[in-house]
Design a protein around this ligand. Structure first.
Ligand SMILES: C[S@@+](CC[C@H](N)C(=O)[O-])C[C@H]1O[C@@H](n2cnc3c(N)ncnc32)[C@H](O)[C@@H]1O
Length: 208
C-alpha cells in the first residue's frame, strides 16, 4: 500500500508521464506505472536505483532508470511532470536550475517559503497544495505550473491555494509554540508571529 505522502504526490499528477527525480525505493513509480502513467525513475545513488530495480522486478514492471544528478542528461519532454520529493529546498533549487516549463510536483523537507519564492521567481505559479499527516509527520506537497501569478508575503509563508483546516490548525499550533518561546524583549518577533497567526485565523475563518 502506498503511503499517504506518496498518495498525495500521485494525486497531483495529471500528465501521462513523469520523471521521478530521487526515486529511491521506486514505490511511486510502481504505483503510477500500474495506473498507466509512464515513469522514468532517476536517482543520484546507484544503491537507491538498485533497490528500485529489485522492487520493479518484484512487480514484473519494466520501468526505465537513470543514475544522474537531478535533471542532468535527461531527455525531458514538455509533457513530463517532474516529481522531486524527499529532499531539502537547497538541493531542489539546484535541480531546478534548468530551462524548464514542465509541471512540477514538489515535496521539500524544509524551507517552504524559500522554495515557493524560488519556483515563482523562475516563472511558475502555485496550482495546488495538499497537506497530509503520515506516520505523525506533516507534509505539504505543492504542484507548480508554468505561468504568472502574484502573491502576498503571507502567501509565500502559508501557501496561497490551501484551504484545509487540518493544515491551518497544524500551523497555528506550530506558531503558537514558537511565540511562547520568544522572550518578551523581542517585540518585533512577537508582533511578526502574532500577525501571522491572525492571518492564518482569517484564512481558517473563510473556509467555514
Ligand atoms: C529521502 S529519499 C526520497 C525518495 C522518494 N522521492 C520519496 O519521496 O519517498 C531522497 C532520494 O533523493 C536522492 N537524491 C538526493 N539528491 C539527489 C540529486 N541531486 N539528484 C537525484 N537524486 C538525489 C537520494 O539518493 C535519495 O534516494
Amino acid at each position: 500500500m502506498l503511503s499517504k505522502r506518496l498518495e498525495a504526490i500521485a494525486s497531483l499528477i495529471t500528465t501521462d508521464s513523469i520523471i521521478d527525480v530521487g526515486c529511491d525505493h521506486g514505490y511511486l513509480d510502481i504505483y503510477l506505472t500500474k495506473k498507466g502513467i509512464k515513469c522514468l525513475a532517476t536517482d543520484i545513488s546507484n544503491n537507491a536505483l538498485n533497490a528500485a530495480l529489485t522492487n520493479f522486478k518484484k512487480y514484473n514492471l519494466d520501468i526505465p532508470t537513470i543514475c544522474t544528478d537531478g535533471l542532468n542528461n535527461i531527455d525531458i519532454k514538455d509533457t513530463d511532470t517532474i516529481v522531486i520529493a524527499g529532499m531539502g529546498t537547497d538541493t531542489i533549487i539546484k535541480i531546478l536550475n534548468k530551462n524548464i516549463t514542465n509541471d512540477l510536483v514538489i515535496l521539500t523537507h524544509n524551507h517552504l517559503e524559500k522554495l515557493r519564492r524560488y519556483v515563482v521567481s523562475i516563472g511558475y505559479y502555485i496550482d495546488q497544495e495538499v497537506f497530509v499527516i503520515d506516520n505523525n509527520k506533516p507534509y505539504l506537497v505543492i504542484k507548480f505550473k508554468y505561468g504568472k501569478c502574484s502573491y502576498s508575503a503571507y502567501d509565500y509563508i502559508i501557501g496561497p491555494t490551501i484551504k484545509d483546516n487540518k493544515y491551518f490548525n497544524y500551523l497555528l499550533n506550530k506558531y503558537a509554540k514558537i511565540l511562547n518561546g520568544i522572550p518578551s524583549k523581542y517585540k518585533n518577533r512577537i508582533d511578526y508571529y502574532n500577525s501571522l497567526i491572525k492571518e492564518i485565523e482569517m484564512r481558517k475563518e473563510s473556509v467555514k
